[in-house]
Write a protein that binds this ligand. Structure first.
Ligand code: ZN
Length: 472
């Protein structure tokens, strides 16, 4: 265990705290003079902290085999608990008053593996379970948390959820009791392997027989999962599987609100205030989030990307310009989600035609004057007209018109503001083409426009007007 009480003044000493983590000599002295006791059973414990430690510094009972619930701990349990503590400590510090390990909860007399108290008063207890405790014990602990109005989040060890060679899963008895219905589906469970730091999220677990189960399962690094507003874990797979919220506006466009945070709205008509902080200014907008999307909001409420539909025309004039969320996800997942969407899109679209090229050229040509939130809300005909008027494209191409090499390279040079009489030679020089590949295929167009896009983004960022991340 990482915590004990000093016998001298009943002070609780956490080896995980900033204050104590490098005070070995002081602690050795306290141990010698006054001694430590276990905060659960109040019996004597000793500090295990060698000068050159092989294991992490910790306290243990002395004598060892004493009847105490803190004694059930294996090395793996300690490590898992530590990983979970670090997970919450690393990302929740802005939204909490307390994050603690082996936290003694006075109302229930329990010691939670990890405990979090948010600034709004809400409390979570995170329990990492690896041993087959009795059902009575489990139920009693859960009931106590419920009485104290503390949300208990149970994560099992990978030893309780073993994947078999035929892809079925053998869930040990205690993990079966911890299957939970969540916003993401029935019978869900999360398992953590402390040796690899990997998390398995199981959904829709169904029994094949009394020992074997099948389930949708996905695996992530612990750092790559999120807990939502009501403490349910989720991963990128959940976002991929969700098609997006459907509205039926007659005339609307889709756009992305990148890197925003959500605050509780002070207007009753709206649920949230979206805030985008950028250098020294803040963009703000009120939005409503449909119930169906609430489950995708991480508890931290920040570093989110929101795909919204913006209303262009509506019989109710107040609706015009309103933004309605379609998908919400952590910004760090955007590149991966885009890649997947791109792959899907790629199977349908022919990139050797002007449709994709025109929207890419437009977004690169206007990058410097971009009102970032509105970037994708421009209709195709307007993008085409703009590019034509700027002399970037030589014709008002239809989306389905086949691209030829010279007009495309000409457009690219114009977007980059390079004047050249010999665009082929210029393109070879810049590594856009080699003499060999001058055939216009879909892959060629995507790769070319990606390279040009990267150059444009780099130029924009160098202006110091803000930062744009590459989309693909
Ligand atoms: Zn004890």
């Amino acid at each position: 265990m990482f915590k004990a009480k000093s016998n001298k003044d009943n002070q609780i000493i956490s080896l995980k705290s900033k204050y104590w983590k490098d005070k070995r000599d002081d602690l050795k002295k306290i141990g010698k003079v006054d001694g430590f006791i276990c905060q659960s059973c109040l019996k004597s414990v000793v500090l295990a902290w060698a000068a050159e430690p092989k294991t992490k510094p910790h306290f243990r009972h002395n004598p060892k085999n004493i009847d105490c619930d803190q004694n059930d701990e294996s090395v793996e349990h300690t490590k898992g608990k530590e990983l979970l503590f670090e997970y919450f400590q690393n990302r929740y510090s802005d939204v909490v008053d307390v994050i603690d390990i082996e936290h003694h909860i006075p109302q229930t007399g329990q010691i939670a593996d990890v405990y979090v108290r948010f600034k709004n008063g809400q409390e979570w207890a995170i329990e990492y379970q690896r041993s087959n405790i009795s059902l009575d014990t489990l139920n009693r602990r859960r009931a106590l948390y419920k009485q104290a109005n503390i949300k208990d989040i149970w994560i099992v060890g990978e030893n309780l959820a073993k994947i078999q060679s035929d892809d079925t899963i053998s869930f040990k008895r205690i993990s079966q009791v911890l299957f939970q219905d969540t916003s993401f589906g029935k019978n869900c469970l999360m398992a953590l392997n402390p040796d690899t730091g990997k998390v398995g999220i199981y959904r829709s677990i169904t029994a094949i027989n009394s020992r074997r189960y099948k389930s949708y399962k996905s695996f992530y690094d612990l750092d790559d999962i999120e807990f939502n507003l009501i403490g349910e874990p989720f991963g990128i797979r959940d976002v991929i599987d969700y098609k997006g919220y459907k509205y039926d506006f007659v005339h609307s466009g889709v756009l992305l609100l990148p890197q925003v945070s959500l605050q509780k709205s002070n207007l009753s008509k709206f649920r949230f205030l979206v805030v985008q902080e950028f250098m020294d200014y803040k963009d703000k907008a009120y939005i409503n989030v449909p119930d169906e999307l609430m489950k995708f909001i991480p508890k931290t409420c920040k570093d989110l990307d929101i795909d919204v539909e913006i209303v262009h025309s509506h019989e109710n004039i107040q609706e015009i310009g309103q933004m309605h969320p379609v998908k919400i996800y952590p910004s760090k997942w955007r590149k991966r989600l885009n890649k997947i969407n791109m792959e899907k899109y790629q199977q349908r679209a022919d990139f050797s035609r002007w449709g994709y090229a025109i929207s890419s050229l437009y977004s690169m040509a206007t990058i410097e004057s971009k009102t970032r939130w509105l970037e994708s809300a421009v209709p195709f005909v307007r993008m085409r007209r703009y590019l034509y008027d700027q002399g970037i494209i030589d014709k008002l191409y239809d989306p389905a018109d086949k691209i030829e090499l010279l007009p495309l390279l000409n457009a690219v040079m114009k977007v980059l503001k390079v004047s050249s009489n010999d665009v082929i030679r210029e393109s070879v020089k810049r590594g856009f083409i080699s003499h060999m590949d001058i055939e216009v295929t879909g892959i060629f167009v995507i790769e070319l426009l990606n390279k040009v896009g990267a150059i444009c983004v780099e130029r924009f960022n160098a202006l110091g007007k803000g930062r744009i991340d590459l989309m693909f």
